[in-house]
Design a protein around this ligand. Structure first.
Ligand code: ADP
Ligand code: MG
Length: 360
C-alpha cells in the first residue's frame, strides 16, 4: 500500500522511483551513496534493492545512535555481531570462514565478536573474510551513514578505502539525510582522506515536484478506493516530501476528514522534526539557544546572513563574531536543516514542514 507509513520493501508499494532503484541495484561502484532529505525514501530504496538483488547482506541502522554524543567501536561491533549472526543462520558455510579470524569466537554455531582492546575484531579482517567467503557479491549497508562521524576509537575510512580498492566482492551502500556531513565524513574531495578521489555510485532522491506529488496522492487513494479531491491544498501545505504525503494519506483513509488529517500530519511532523533537531542539538549544547533563534528567524522567512546575525545579537543583547555565525549556519546546512539560495543570497528551511515546525 502506498500510504503505509513504514519503509517499503518492494517496488509495487513504491511510487515513481524505478530509475533510482535500478541505479542502486547496479552497484556500479564499490560504494553506492543514497542521498536525500529525511523521509524522501532512502531506507525504502535500500530495502527494495536488497530484496531484489537477493545477495547476502548486512544492514546497519545508524539512526539507533542518533541521540548519542558518540558511538563506541563496541556499539558498532554489537550491531555487526547481530547481523553476522543472522547471516550465518542463513548461510552456515560462513561460520567456517570466520573461524580463526582474530577477535571472533565461535561456540557451536554461535558467532561472537570480542571488543576487548587486545583481542578485538578488526573491521578490515571481517570485510576480507566476507570477500573470501562470497561467491558473487556481499553487501554492507549503512543507513544514515553520516552518524559514523561520531564513531570513536577506530577510523572506518581506511577499511572502506581498502575495500574499495581491493575487495572486489564487497559492495557498500550508504544512505545520508545529512548530505554535506556525509560528504565531509567520506572526504572524497579531501586529499588527506583515504577515500580521496574515489568515484562513487551516487543516487539522489529529490522531493516530488508538484505534478508527482499529486499523482502520488491520486494513486494512493485510488488503490484503497477512497474518494479525494483536495490535491492542490495538500501540496500547498505539505510540499513534496514523500513521507509527509504518506502520513497525510494514511490519516485521511482513517478519518475521511481533510482538516483532521492535516492537523494530525502537522502534529506528527512537529514531533519527529523536533526530536531530530534535539538530537542535532545534543551534540552542540552550548549553542542550543542560538540555533533555536536562527531556525525561528529562517522559518519566519528566508533570511540574509546579516539579518540572522542581528536576530541572534538582539536575542542575547551583545555582539557575536562573524565566524561563530558562519559556523552555526554551516552546521545547519551540513545537517540539512537549512539550505542557501545562492541567487538571492538567503538562507531558507530545507523543506516546507521544517519551516512550519519552527515558525512562531
Ligand atoms: P528516509 O529513509 O529517506 O527517511 P523512508 O524510506 O523511511 O525515508 O520513507 C519515509 C516514508 O515515506 C515511508 O513511510 C515510506 O514508505 C514513504 N515513501 C517514501 N518514498 C515513497 C515512494 N516513492 N512511494 C511510496 N512511499 C514512499
Ligand atoms: Mg531512513
Amino acid at each position: 500500500m502506498l500510504f503505509d507509513p513504514t519503509p517499503k520493501d518492494n517496488r509495487e508499494d513504491f511510487f515513481n522511483r524505478d530509475e533510482e532503484i535500478n541505479r542502486v541495484r547496479s552497484l556500479s561502484s564499490p560504494i553506492t551513496l543514497v542521498l536525500g532529505l529525511r523521509r524522501t525514501g532512502k531506507s525504502s530504496i535500500i530495502k527494495i534493492a536488497l530484496n531484489e538483488l537477493s545477495l547476502p547482506y548486512i544492514y546497519l541502522d545508524l539512526r539507533k545512535f542518533e541521540d548519542r554524543a558518540y558511538i563506541s567501536f563496541k556499539d558498532l561491533l554489537l550491531e555487526l555481531e547481530r547481523e553476522v549472526k543472522k547471516l550465518t543462520r542463513k548461510f552456515p558455510s560462513l561460520v567456517d570462514f570466520l573461524k580463526g579470524v582474530k577477535g571472533v569466537s565461535i561456540a557451536g554455531n554461535e558467532v561472537r565478536f570480542n571488543w576487548g582492546v587486545k583481542n578485538r575484531l578488526n573491521f578490515s579482517d571481517l570485510l576480507e573474510t566476507l570477500n573470501d567467503w562470497s561467491k558473487d557479491r556481499v553487501i554492507i549497508a549503512f543507513d544514515e551513514a553520516q552518524d559514523l562521524i561520531n564513531l570513536r576509537g577506530v577510523n572506518l575510512l581506511y577499511p572502506l578505502a581498502y575495500t574499495f580498492d581491493n575487495l572486489k566482492k564487497v559492495r557498500i551502500i550508504m544512505s545520508g539525510s545529512e548530505m554535506r556531513l556525509l560528504y565531509r565524513f567520506l572526504g572524497v574531495e579531501n586529499p588527506k582522506s583515504p577515500l580521496f578521489g574515489r568515484a562513487m555510485n551516487e543516487v539522489e532522491l529529490r522531493p516530488f515536484d508538484h505534478e508527482k506529488s499529486i499523482e502520488f496522492l491520486r494513486r494512493g487513494f485510488k488503490e484503497v478506493n477512497v474518494e479525494f479531491r483536495e490535491y492542490e491544498r495538500v501540496y500547498e501545505e505539505l510540499g513534496g516530501i514523500p513521507g509527509w504525503l504518506t502520513y497525510f494519506g494514511y490519516y485521511f483513509i482513517q478519518t475521511r476528514n481533510l482538516e483532521e488529517s492535516m492537523d494530525r500530519t502537522l502534529e506528527r511532523a512537529k514531533g519527529l522534526v523536533m526530536e531530530e533537531f534535539n538530537n542535532f542539538l545534543s551534540k552542540r549544547l552550548i549553542a542550543k539557544e542560538r540555533y533555536m533563534v536562527i531556525m525561528k528567524r529562517i522559518a519566519n522567512g528566508c533570511s540574509r546572513w546579516s539579518e540572522i546575525k542581528t536576530a541572534v545579537e538582539i536575542h542575547e543583547g551583545r555582539e557575536i563574531s562573524d565566524s561563530e555565525i558562519y559556523n552555526y549556519l554551516n552546521n545547519l546546512m551540513d545537517s540539512s536543516w537549512i539550505v542557501k539560495d545562492e541567487e538571492k543570497n538567503e538562507y531558507c528551511p530545507a523543506e516546507k514542514l521544517i519551516g512550519r515546525v519552527f515558525r512562531v
